[in-house]
Ligand binder design. Structure first.
Ligand SMILES: [Mn+2]
Length: 454
C-alpha cells in the first residue's frame, strides 16, 4: 500500500490552523471534502478537487472524506477502498495511514459519521451528492451557527500563513513559466488553442492543474472567454489569463496581453501604457490599512486620466469616475482575494470579500468590486485593471445617451485594434507595503516584446 506522510512543518501548520479555529468557535465542526461529479455515467467524472475549507485544515486532498474538529481533537472519516477498487484505481493509502499523516486522534468509516453530526456547524460543499448528505445528516443546528463558522474560517483564511505563501509562490513560479512559453509560442502559433496548449503544457508537465479555466483569446473584451478556436492574425492583441494551482491546492492568477506580431501598434501601445499606469499606481499604494476599494478607485482615476490624455474621454478624471464613465471601458473590479480558491472564499458569497456592515454598490463602476476591506499583512490579492471595448456596453443606446458628452466616439474609433487589455499580478500585503509575487514576469511593453523573441 502507498503511504502518505506530511512534512513536519506542514503538519505543524495544519495543527496551528485547527487550534486557531478552536479559539474562535465553540462546539464541534464537520468539514466535508466532497466527491467527484459524474460527467455522464458514474465512473466518468469531472476532475475532482477537494473542498477548500477541508483542504485548509486537513492538508490532504481526500475524496469523499470528512473531518470533525472539536477543540483540538481531530477525527477523520474516510473509507478504506474495497479490494476490488484496486483493479481500476491501483492501491490507495489506508484510513489508518491517512489519520496518522494528518495527526488525527481517531478515524472511522464514512458510515459512522452520522453518529457525530448532531448540532455541528459546517460549510456547504459544491457537489450536489455531498451537499444533500450534509443537509440530511445535520438536524439540530442553531440559527446562525453555520454563519459563525464561516466567519471564523474567513478570519483565518483572509491572511495567508507562511506555508500558504510558499505554496502560492510555487504555483506562481509555474504560471510565470507558462506565460513565458505562451509569449514565445505566439510567433509560430496560428490559433488561440495552440498558445493555450503551449501554456498549459508547462502546467501539466509540472504535474499541476490549472487553478481556473484558462482565457487565451484575441477577444479580450469577452471577460471570461472560454473559446480557443480563433485564428491569430498579425495586428491583433492576445489576452492570456492563465494560472497554475499548487499540488496543495493554492492558486495563482496571472494575466498578460501581448501583440500577435511581437510588436504593439501605436494605438495598442498607448492604451497598454494607460492600463499599466493604473496597475503600477495600485501596487505603489498597496499597504496595510489602505482600503482595497480606494485602490479600485485609484485604478479608475488613472485610467480615466489616461483616456482623457488620449482624447477618448472628455472632462476631469475625478468627475468622470464620479459618473462611472470609466466603467464604459473598465467594467469590473480591480481584483480579488487569492488563496486556495482563485477568487478566494467566494463560495461564501460576499461574506469574505466585504467587511462586516459593507455591501456591494449598485453603481455601474463599483458593482463588480469583489473585495471591500482594509488591507492587512498576509492578505494576497490580485491587481488587474483592464481596458475593454465591449459591444454590449458601448453600443447600448442607454449608455450612449448617458455618456454622450464624456466620450469622443470618433477618436475612440482610432483604437479599434484594442478589443481588450488586462494586466494582472498577485500581490502579498506585507507589514510595510506589498510584495508582487509574480513580479518575475515582465509587464512593461518593451519587456513583453523582448520576451516574445526569447
Ligand atoms: Mn484574477
Amino acid at each position: 500500500m502507498p503511504t502518505v506522510k506530511l512534512p513536519s512543518e506542514l503538519a505543524a501548520t495544519l495543527y496551528q490552523r485547527r487550534h486557531r479555529l478552536a479559539d474562535q468557535i465553540k462546539g464541534p465542526v464537520v468539514l466535508w471534502s466532497g466527491q467527484p461529479s459524474a460527467r455522464n455515467f458514474p465512473a466518468n467524472t469531472y476532475r475532482f478537487r477537494a473542498n477548500s475549507h477541508f483542504l485548509y485544515f486537513a492538508g490532504l486532498p481526500l475524496t469523499n472524506a470528512a473531518i470533525r474538529l472539536d477543540g483540538d481533537r481531530l477525527t477523520l472519516f474516510v473509507d478504506d477502498a474495497p479490494l476490488a477498487a484496486a483493479l481500476w484505481h491501483g492501491p490507495t493509502p489506508t484510513r489508518t495511514n491517512l489519520a496518522a499523516a494528518m495527526g488525527a486522534d481517531a478515524a472511522y468509516p464514512m458510515a459512522e459519521l452520522s453518529q457525530f453530526t448532531a448540532g455541528v456547524a459546517t460549510v456547504a460543499v459544491q457537489d450536489t451528492t455531498t451537499a444533500a448528505e450534509q443537509l440530511h445528516l445535520r438536524d439540530t443546528i442553531e440559527p446562525g451557527q453555520d454563519k459563525a463558522l464561516a466567519e471564523a474560517i474567513i478570519a483565518l483564511r483572509l491572511c495567508a500563513d507562511g506555508a500558504a505563501i510558499t505554496e502560492i509562490q510555487r504555483a506562481a513560479a509555474v504560471s510565470i513559466q507558462a506565460h513565458r512559453a505562451g509569449m514565445a509560442a505566439t510567433a509560430t502559433a496560428t490559433t488561440e488553442a495552440q498558445v493555450r496548449a503551449a501554456m498549459e503544457q508547462v502546467i501539466m508537465a509540472a504535474n499541476l492543474p490549472c487553478a481556473y479555466n484558462s482565457i487565451v483569446t484575441v477577444h479580450g473584451e469577452v471577460l471570461h472567454n472560454e473559446q480557443y478556436h480563433h485564428a491569430l492574425q498579425p495586428g491583433q492583441l492576445l489576452l492570456a489569463d492563465v494560472g497554475a494551482e499548487a499540488a496543495s491546492g493554492w492558486a495563482s492568477d496571472i494575466t498578460r496581453t501581448w501583440p500577435v506580431s511581437g510588436q504593439f501598434s501605436p494605438p495598442q501601445r498607448d492604451i497598454y501604457d494607460v492600463v499599466l499606469a493604473a496597475h503600477d499606481a495600485c501596487i505603489a499604494e498597496a499597504a496595510p490599512g489602505i482600503e482595497y476599494r480606494d485602490l479600485h478607485l485609484l485604478a479608475c482615476r488613472v485610467l480615466a486620466a489616461g483616456l482623457v490624455d488620449l482624447g477618448i474621454l472628455k472632462g476631469q478624471p475625478d468627475d468622470l469616475v464620479a459618473q462611472d464613465a470609466h466603467a464604459l471601458f473598465f467594467p469590473h473590479g480591480v481584483g480579488h482575494l487569492l488563496g486556495l480558491d482563485v477568487h478566494d472564499m467566494e463560495d461564501l458569497g460576499d461574506l469574505a470579500g466585504y467587511a462586516p456592515g459593507r455591501q456591494r454598490s449598485h453603481r455601474f463602476g463599483l458593482n463588480f468590486l469583489r473585495l471591500d476591506r482594509p488591507l492587512q499583512p498576509g492578505m494576497v490579492v490580485t491587481i488587474e485593471p483592464g481596458f475593454y471595448q465591449v459591444p454590449g456596453i458601448l453600443a447600448d443606446p442607454f449608455r450612449r445617451e448617458r455618456y454622450a458628452d464624456c466620450v469622443d466616439w470618433e477618436r475612440l474609433a482610432q483604437f479599434a485594434d484594442v478589443p481588450g487589455i488586462r494586466i494582472e499580478d498577485d500581490v502579498l500585503i506585507t507589514t510595510t507595503g506589498c510584495d508582487v509575487l509574480t513580479a518575475a514576469l515582465p509587464t512593461a511593453a518593451e519587456a513583453i516584446e523582448a520576451t516574445m523573441k526569447a
